[in-house]
Design a protein around this ligand. Structure first.
Ligand code: HEM
Length: 449
């Protein structure tokens, strides 16, 4: 007996015992095909792991953090050195880093964990986009996912202010100016965000959004997202065959693995690795607390948001891009992502059959990477229209050329293969070797071949 057979049998036995006594089967998600035991099929589960990690580390930080702008020294703890009074929010963060046992590790893993969650969410999003998982019947899963993306970015935005450094206050103000200048919605939003206009009102609102409002919305949306996933099952591999889109092959269908304990254990293995890597990075490169908001010595601080908002921050540096234009561009992008399931109506999911949408996706990916690096390198430096066209134009042009060429080659070989199969002896494409199987047009080019 191989180790994996022995392992599976033992696990089934132990789980059978637990299940008989807890009716746990009722809460388990549906079984999944064996071939989904690959990380690419569980990118969403990795985002859930990252979210749970944030909830746990965030709950621990809440024991010490004080969401107050009142000037204090006592909240900073014993090791204040030469500090003068600073806002309590900043001081309590200082206290977590310098006095709470393992506090620096805790805070650093929470911050790096936020980066990791956002990064994994983008991986999940782009994987889904390229594999066409948004196609029928998963349109609503995609739309709920888009709202989850907004909530996750909202968590990042609201959390950024909490340490109350001069840098985080400046960057939050830039973001708020963009939101408040929104036509129609801006003036309506302003009182909710700014309250009575004091720094304390802003901090209280950001804190409330970060620890109560957005997590509740995120959890509710996640429930809907997973309920939809449960009802449709996991998306089959991308394929050029429209008939294959919603179901697995008969062979794959027979080989399903129960969610509990097998898939859960598989995901847990990755979750443990995730936590280990995060702790290692946080231990090696602990997060450094910058100077507090209002420090007179902080006048020269360069305003910069976290990496996932740098692209938008750089966009505002382009000559002629007002906050309204920047918000307009973001809204158009968001609407595109939200409604892409209804724009890309072809029956096929394989990227090679969707050159236009692959072009948009790859160009946008290139655009975001470029803008992020640009924003990090030259924050706040004005960019003239000519420089914008020369830098961004090639991304869209080169992508169009490369994808166009690939698609042209693929169409030619696809047509040749179809012709060879349907009339193998017409002399147009002589094929050496045994005669090809009889023509089954729709099974020609699935990704399993
Ligand atoms: C906080 C962010 C998100 C979380 C926690 C999350 C979680 C999940 C989970 C657990 C699954 C089940 C399959 C898997 O593990 O991959 C899933 C599937 C899916 N997600 Fe997300 N997701 C998030 C964001 C998004 C975004 C931004 C989109 C797209 C706009 C999206 C679209 C989808 C779709 C279409 C599926 C079904 C794919 C399939 O069946 O393979 N999700 N998500």
């Amino acid at each position: 007996m191989t180790f994996s057979n022995w392992y599976n049998r033992t696990l089934n036995k132990i789980w059978g015992f637990v299940e008989d006594r807890t009716s746990m089967k009722k809460w388990a998600l549906r079984p999944q095909p064996e071939f989904t035991f690959k990380p690419s099929y569980w990118t969403g589960a990795f985002v859930v792991n990252a979210f749970l990690f944030q909830v746990i580390t965030g709950a621990l930080l809440l024991m010490y953090y004080q969401p107050s702008t009142a000037q204090t020294l006592t909240a900073c703890g014993q090791t204040v050195g030469t500090l003068s009074a600073a806002p309590a929010a900043w001081c309590s963060t200082y206290y977590i880093i310098n006095t709470v046992p393992m506090g620096s590790l805790l805070l650093s893993t929470h911050l790096y964990g936020a980066y990791a969650m956002i990064f994994l969410m983008f991986v999940h999003f782009f994987r889904g986009y390229y594999m066409g998982v948004y196609k029928t019947p998963r349109e609503f899963s995609w739309m709920v996912g888009t709202l989850l993306m907004l909530m996750t970015l909202g968590m990042g935005f609201t959390g950024y202010l909490l340490p109350y450094t001069q840098l985080s206050l400046n960057a939050t103000n830039v973001g708020l100016v963009l939101a408040i200048r929104l036509p129609t919605f801006g003036p309506l939003l302003a009182p909710f965000i700014l309250g009575d206009g004091t720094p304390q009102s802003l901090l209280s609102r950001m804190f409330d959004a970060h620890v109560v409002l957005i997590p509740i919305a995120l959890a509710a949306l996640l429930y809907a997202h997973i309920a939809l996933f449960e009802s449709h099952g996991i998306a089959p591999p991308a394929t050029s065959d429209p008939l294959q889109r919603r179901r697995f092959t008969e062979k794959e269908d027979k080989k399903h693995v129960p969610f509990m304990p097998h898939i859960l254990f598989y995901i847990t293995k990755w979750a443990l690795l995730y936590a280990g890597v995060l702790f290692a990075i946080a231990a090696l490169w602990p997060w450094q607390l910058q100077t507090y908001a209002g420090n007179v010595a902080a006048a020269g601080v360069v305003t910069e948001p976290d990496w996932y908002f740098l692209w938008l921050f750089k966009l505002v540096d382009f000559t002629g891009v007002t906050p309204v234009v920047a918000v307009g561009v973001t809204t158009v992008l968001l609407l595109f992502v939200l409604f892409v399931p209804f724009l890309d109506r072809s029956q096929r999911t394989h990227p090679r059959d969707r050159p236009f949408f692959v072009w948009i996706g790859t160009s946008l990916l290139g655009f975001f990477i470029l803008m992020t690096v640009w924003g990090g390198e030259t924050p706040g430096v004005q960019i003239l229209p000519m420089a914008v066209a020369e830098t961004i134009g090639p991304i869209f042009l080169v992508n169009a050329l490369v994808i166009g060429l690939f698609h042209w080659r693929y169409r030619r070989s696809y047509k040749r293969r179809l012709a060879a199969r349907t009339s193998p002896f017409d002399g147009a494409y002589p094929r050496p070797g045994p005669a090809p199987p009889p023509a089954v047009a729709t099974r020609e080019v699935t990704s399993h071949e």
